[in-house]
Design a protein around this ligand. Structure first.
Ligand code: SF4
Length: 160
């Protein structure tokens, strides 16, 4: 399957309300866990400055499509190149997230609060397994990769 076909499958999934509801349900589950454990976020922006803090954001192609469709943002290869050069996410605005309500699961799960670390690993792997199963249930091609790498597929295919 070539990149264009992959992106088309993911965008189809992102326009399917049942699939979106399943993903929203995972976000809600995570939200309840975060609510219960209250990890601290000081809005430092560290989680979005990948290179500076040795952090990598991994997502699936379907998640990228859902984020882009919902956020309705435009992005081009120059935006991506600039973000890479600066070692950050292309959607970071100052220290904040420019697409906060639509950010993918991996952004929702990451807090730099050390007391959250063990819960983060457990929650993140169980939710990710559920995301993988959504791909299986709906025969959506599964690709798991670095955020900016997958975003660049959508940019190259003119889908954003
Ligand atoms: S999507 Fe938002 S929260 Fe996630 S890395 Fe980018 S700016 Fe940060």
């Amino acid at each position: 399957m070539d990149d264009g076909e992959l992106v088309a499958h993911w965008l189809d999934g992102a326009h399917n309300p049942v699939i979106c509801d399943l993903v929203d349900d995972l976000h809600a589950r995570l939200g309840r866990k975060v609510e219960a454990l209250q990890p601290v976020c000081r809005a430092s922006g560290r989680c979005c400055r990948f290179e500076a803090y040795g952090h990598r954001l991994f997502v699936t192609g379907l998640e990228v499509a859902i984020t882009l469709v919902r956020a309705g943002v435009s992005l081009d290869s120059e935006d991506l190149a600039r973000a890479r050069m600066q070692g950050r996410c292309p959607f970071q605005r100052d220290r904040l997230c420019g697409i906060h309500p639509h950010r993918p699961l991996a952004c929702r799960v990451y807090f730099c609060d050390p007391s959250w670390e063990s819960a983060m690993e457990e929650v993140s792997s169980s939710l990710h397994e559920r995301i993988r199963r959504i791909h299986e249930m709906w025969s959506i091609p599964y690709r798991y990769g670095e955020w900016r790498d997958l975003l660049s597929l959508f940019v190259r295919e003119g889908a954003v």
